[in-house]
Write a protein that binds this ligand. Structure first.
Ligand SMILES: [Ca+2]
Ligand SMILES: [Ca+2]
Length: 249
């Protein structure tokens, strides 16, 4: 009984620590929830806003992934080919020594390329073009270098054919990307629109950053659970024996 109680407490504590490290952004309070517009200096940019999809009167209006609001380009009504503004909006800073995963639900277009030629926030082009990137990226704060990119595999917008797609990276991909960085390094997720053309816009909703316990922590938990199971074995054997006896009587 003592072993079972110990295991119960141990598992409960582990779950709390994981849950506490999950951060989500749904924009449903009508604010940017700490995200900041981050267009490079010298670029004619345009802001992202917490977009009220219910108040959207465009034809084939947007519908948020969760509740009413999503993060979307302010001039959503005049996007596409005529819009050559660069747009970058950045998440709050991620400050952890542990691996993390990123999930971002997106609506809009795919852009032209999977991986752009520019590698840093400071080297973004001054205007969007029909041959550039649109999607999310993981940026190292200390030098502005982009470590990972991800883009949509298809377009989708209208009320009748919504096509919300999940972008992001699991913890193993992020762990590899940040492996050589200083333990003091911090990161941000950027939503970037450097593409001009049909479906030349992108918005996000329900962005989740999940910090994963370090392998050493997991190993300790597995070891403790293993020791607990070993301690439980005589009890399990007795149970089976009693059951066997009962079934053959
Ligand atoms: Ca939402
Ligand atoms: Ca665009």
């Amino acid at each position: 009984m003592i072993v079972r109680m110990f295991l119960g407490v141990l598992i409960a504590v582990t779950s709390i620590s994981v849950d506490a490290a999950t951060i989500s952004f749904n924009f449903d309070d009508g604010t940017l929830q700490g995200w900041t517009n981050n267009v490079p200096v010298g670029t004619l940019g345009e802001d992202y806003v917490a977009w009220d999809t219910v108040a959207d009167t465009n034809s084939g209006r947007t519908v948020a992934y969760s509740s009413d609001y999503m993060l979307l380009e302010a001039e959503y009504g005049t996007r596409d080919a005529g819009d050559t503004a660069i747009k970058v909006v950045s998440s709050p800073v991620i400050d952890t020594d542990m691996p993390f995963s990123v999930s971002a639900w997106t609506l809009g277009g795919t852009g032209a390329i999977e991986t752009p030629s520019w590698t840093d926030n400071s080297s973004l082009p001054t205007a969007a073009s029909g041959s550039d990137f649109m999607g999310i990226a993981l940026r190292r704060v200390s030098d502005g270098h982009y470590l990972l990119f991800d883009r949509r595999s298809g377009s989708g917008q209208s009320n009748h054919s919504l096509n919300w797609l999940e972008l992001g990276w699991d913890e193993s991909v992020v762990a590899s990307a940040i492996a050589l960085d200083s333990p003091d390094e911090t990161y941000q997720i950027d939503l970037i629109d450097a593409y001009s053309g049909g479906w030349g816009w992108i918005g996000v909703d329900e962005v989740t950053i999940n910090v994963v316990p370090e392998p050493s922590s997991i190993a300790l938990v597995v070891l403790m659970i293993g020791l607990g199971l070993i301690a439980c074995r005589p009890l399990a054997r007795n149970r089976y024996k009693q059951h066997s006896n009962a079934s053959t009587d």
